[in-house]
Design a protein around this ligand. Structure first.
Ligand SMILES: [Zn+2]
Length: 235
């Protein structure tokens, strides 16, 4: 009975997550203020899963913690789809983004106007095959994983080349939707590892938006992206 009850609760949570997608606002999204102090109007929830990605938490989605500007949603989902075409076994796990109306989003310092996204690091296992980060409640929904200075955790290691390829795709998908990739936060010790990969060496101007200073939390298990609206008139 207990197992049946848990199954029903899980099903209801998944249903609630998808319900947010079904009833989402259709008006054009509007971000105001900054990522650190701002609002979001007519935001959209990330879909709980799609080509090349999955949510970090159905509960998080159901609670409304994965809202973004519509163009950000489209760019992120398209970048995951591009990754899946290149690497079919790769699944990106999308983390927290923000509330439906933006504003203070604890415990994050930013994520306030629908232009911030957390994505968990692409990983490979001991055999070199893509691995999916585990985002369970007991490891703080994935945010509690601790990788060392080389990006290793047990048998798992961060695939910095896959990360570089994803960032390149994300920038292209963002640009075609009137968005720019304004800032990418990863642990500072990972920046040279990322830029040393074959794809990382081709990042061009994207390398300039990699944050090199320490952040409020160490961004080892996930990376954070802030977008900017470079051509709002086109949206
Ligand atoms: Zn973040």
């Amino acid at each position: 009975m207990v197992v049946g009850g848990l199954g029903a609760a899980w099903g209801a949570t998944v249903g609630a997550a998808w319900l947010r997608v079904a009833i989402a606002d259709k008006e054009p999204s509007r971000s105001t203020g900054t990522v650190a102090k701002g609002r979001l109007e007519h935001g959209r929830p990330l879909r709980p899963w799609g080509q090349g990605y999955a949510t970090y938490s159905f509960l998080g989605t159901a609670l409304g913690r994965q809202y973004v500007h519509a163009a950000v949603r489209d760019a992120v989902e398209a970048a995951c789809a591009a990754s899946a075409r290149r690497e079919p076994r790769r699944t990106f796990v999308l983390g927290e983004t923000g509330w439906p109306g933006g504003g203070r989003f604890r415990p994050h310092r930013t994520h306030q106007n629908g232009l911030s996204v957390d994505v968990f690091m692409p990983l490979v296992d001991g055999t070199g095959a893509p691995a999916i980060p585990s985002t369970w409640p007991w490891n703080k929904l994935g945010y509690g994983m601790e990788f060392d200075a080389e990006g290793r955790l047990g048998d798992l290691r961060i695939d910095f080349d896959a990360l570089a390829a994803f960032l390149r795709d994300l920038q292209a998908e963002a640009a075609s939707r009137g968005l720019g990739v304004q800032k990418v936060i990863i642990a500072p010790e990972y920046v040279p590892l990322l830029l040393a990969t074959s794809t990382g060496r081709q990042l061009g101007k994207l390398a300039d938006v990699l944050s090199r200073g320490p952040a409020w939390v160490r961004h080892d298990e996930h990376f954070h992206v802030d977008f900017s609206e470079v051509a709002p008139a086109r949206l």
